[in-house]
Design a protein around this ligand. Structure first.
Ligand SMILES: *Cc1c(COP(=O)(O)O)cnc(C)c1O
Length: 416
């Protein structure tokens, strides 16, 4: 492969040679030769997953059948996997449960949080929040007779100074899923608490990508998905965190039988299980939960501070490559250059984003786009190399410079 710059070649080689996480790439079954920069949409397959799933299917389901609920501790899986995720997000045991989708967990967390702030009528969310987060805020507001206010994280303090007394919940993500901008969880959590409101963080683009300190920051609620940086597989169960101090008073909105204090006593009326188990709803998706549990073993022995350092090195290198060979072709980096404000992806604006991303995929570089004009490159410190970044940048430059792509491709798939 030819590149524009021997200096960038050399820099990539040096950074990769000095990378203490380089051997961790072997924990993933990545297709040979593929540059995969879409792990922020669907994490790749961890090598630990197929043998576990084969055992779960053939032995646990196929042979041991119904006994597996006890003998293989299927029943405890939502709380056990929740605690394993808790270790990655700074949550002590007994506060995190895995199951359902992020959307359902958002509904549970938003409803429970608003219930803990009776008499306050506002639910604050980010106008740039992921669509499902905004839609669920609207649903919960409608059901609970609240009003939604759209306030950007940058304007939160000012807004709370005026209307903070009436705010029940602030529902934010630390990461802008389009630009990759990282917001300051600590100051936003503190500002929310000063107003007497509760904070709900959506960690979809943060869990597994950054060190997180939910207990340390005094966060009230959090949710996140299992299939992005946690690499739990397509449609992997999501998670919900509820701080221990709320577990006595909170009420979850969906009173399912598996969240009952005595699920097998089959009592007439609902009595919530103590602790975070109240957020269990129905029978858990065991195959998916156990795949997620196996996937989480990629983090064994990994220090999240090291993950963060390498992630910043990768995104910083990408921005350097963009500066050197892409900006003159009309690409505009929209990800903050300041490392403190950068999560684990780089986004470039270009009017032909979709055609360029499709052409890159045909050349073995998988990233994605977000309408209308953002090319999005997710990096995961556990398997992405600086050489991967350089390959992506060089192929993108060649593609744009030679015009070897369809600027407005037809026949787009449903999923972008
Ligand atoms: C990926 C993502 C979701 C996904 O929600 P699902 O219910 O799992 O489909 C929700 N919120 C944010 C912020 C996301 O990034």
């Amino acid at each position: 492969m030819t590149t524009a710059s021997p200096a960038l070649d050399e820099l990539a080689a040096t950074l990769d040679a000095d990378d203490p996480l380089a051997p961790v790439r072997e924990r993933f079954l990545l297709p040979e030769g593929l540059v995969y920069l879409d792990g922020n949409s669907l994490g790749p397959l961890p090598a630990a997953v197929p043998p576990v799933l084969a055992d779960v299917v053939h032995q646990q389901w196929g042979t041991d059948l119904i006994r597996s609920w006890n003998d293989h501790a299927w029943w405890q899986a939502p709380l056990r996997v929740g605690d394993a995720i808790g270790r990655l997000i700074g949550a002590g045991p007994g506060q995190t449960v895995a199951g359902d989708s992020t959307s359902v967990q958002l509904f549970t967390a938003l409803s429970a949080a608003t219930g803990l702030r009776p008499g306050r009528s506002l639910l604050v969310t980010d106008p740039g929040h992921f669509p499902t987060d905004r839609y669920l805020a609207d649903s919960v507001a409608r059901l609970h007779g609240l009003r939604v206010r759209h306030v950007t994280p940058g304007n939160l303090e000012r807004f709370l100074a005026d209307e903070g007394d009436d705010v029940a919940v602030v529902s934010y993500s630390p990461v802008d899923y389009r630009t990759g901008e990282l917001h300051d969880m600590e100051s936003l959590t503190r500002a929310t608490h000063r107003a007497g409101a509760l904070v709900l963080w959506d960690l979809c683009h943060a869990a597994g990508a950054l060190p997180l300190h939910l207990d340390g920051l005094g966060v009230d609620f959090a949710v996140g998905c299992g299939y992005k940086f946690l690499s739990g597989g397509p449609g992997a169960p999501a998670f919900l965190y509820a701080a221990r101090r709320h577990l006595g008073a909170w009420q979850t909105p969906l009173s399912g039988w598996t969240g009952h204090a005595d699920p097998f006593g089959l009592p007439q009326d609902y009595t919530p299980a103590p602790g975070v188990a109240q957020a269990r709803i129905g029978t858990p998706p065991i195959l998916s939960l156990l795949a997620l549990e196996a996937a989480l073993s990629v983090f064994d022995g990994i220090d999240m501070a090291q993950v963060r350092a390498k992630s910043l090195s990768l995104t910083g290198f990408f921005l350097r490559c963009a500066e050197d060979m892409l900006t003159q072709l009309g690409f505009e980096p929209v990800t903050p250059a300041d490392p403190a404000r950068r999560a684990s992806q780089v986004a470039l604006r270009h009017p032909h984003a979709y055609g360029l991303i499709q052409s890159l995929a045909d050349q073995g570089v998988v990233a994605d786009m977000r309408a209308p004009d953002l090319l999005r490159f997710g990096v995961n410190a556990l398997y992405t190399s600086h050489q991967d970044i350089l390959t992506a940048a060089v192929r993108l430059r060649q593609t744009a410079a030679t015009g070897a792509y369809d600027p407005s491709p037809a026949g787009a798939g449903t999923v972008t």
